[in-house]
Design a protein around this ligand. Sequence first.
Ligand code: ASP
Ligand code: MG
Length: 422
Amino acid sequence: MALIVHKYGGTSMGSTERIRNVAKRVAKWARAGHQMVVVPSAMSGETNRLLGLAKELAPAKTNDAYGRELDMLAATGEQASSALLAIALQAEGLQAVSYAGWQVPIKTDSAYTKARIESIDDQRVRADLAAGKVVIITGFQGIDSLGHITTLGRGGSDTSAVAVAAALKAAECLIYTDVDGVYTTDPRIVPEARRLHTVSFEEMLEMASMGSKVLQIRSVEFAGKYKVPLRVLSSFTPWDIDLNEEAKSGTLITFEEDEHMEQAVVSGIAFNRDEAKISILGVPDKPGIAYQILGAVADANVEVDVIIQNIAKDGKTDFSFTVNRNDYAKTIDLLKDKVLPTLGAAEVQGDTKICKVSIVGIGMRSHVGIASKMFRSLSEEGINIQMISTSEIKTSVVIDEKYMELAVRALHKAFDLDQAAA
Ligand code: ASP
Ligand code: MG
């Protein structure tokens, strides 16, 4: 008997038939004696549909007035799916109640379309659980200090679920999704990719940040910070499979390095097509330049990823970094309008046709020569590396987008990821 949080993605909630299956699965867990909190996504395609309607009326804008309305709009997707799930659970004979984020409340900051959760009030939920109800909480959203509805960014329901699990000190947070776990890489690109039974929190964080779309990165950060036991598993198994078998399936995200059973040096190959490269040419080489450029970018709430500054020649240098493609136009405008004039005689260039490919593994901490093996394997394929960045457990390269699949396949093979760990 435990307090368990389930999260269901859009595909799992994609039709009334599927919602009925979710209700039956949740009912199975509730009838086994668990206290159940469920966090659903909007029905698949719904968030895109809603945001598409907004775009039909006005092209995407980055101001707060527009962002506020996007959140007001997109939050309805999860409100609908949550109510439908409560209705389906009631039809299964359970007591169930759904809450929108603002009703809990889940408090966030005011960064529309990418708000961060600040606190969750657990009183109402605990009272309902104590009264024997299944509680459903909308994914993806909250309310800011002024009472405006906010959303947490695409894929944000994962973060909602983990945050709710943290607030309630749940025994486990199970993320039901359309893949049956975390793989060594995307099986659509490498059919030999294998499911990992466990992956460390640090690796998962790198893989999520590198664009492995299994979990939203903030959810992994949250899980790490609050030590929420997190499991990614398939929502496509029959709802009536044995509960103990279901509870052990998928991939468990572990916190102890020594719990890591599959001791491969590299655990996975991640890739990301969502970034764009921006270069500023002819920047004077003097103190404060990085701050002048990146400070302005950070002030505009744009996250910067890989950064490179070349050595100076004749007192001038080039400065390159990557940002999310969604922030690309905004960042270029900002640099041209606000930064270039004060920097003195520089030029901005951009490239959106890039991608980032990374090898990830906690084993890299204690092994040398891993990065060079990566570079060798890319050079054997004739792939030019534009930027490199490393951390303790990851090496990433920025390359031309058109070589992404080739690079991922070559690296998966070079690091023997198609072979089960010894
Ligand atoms: N419905 C939102 C989206 O599509 C949030 C989520 O599904 O996690 O991004
Ligand atoms: Mg998702």
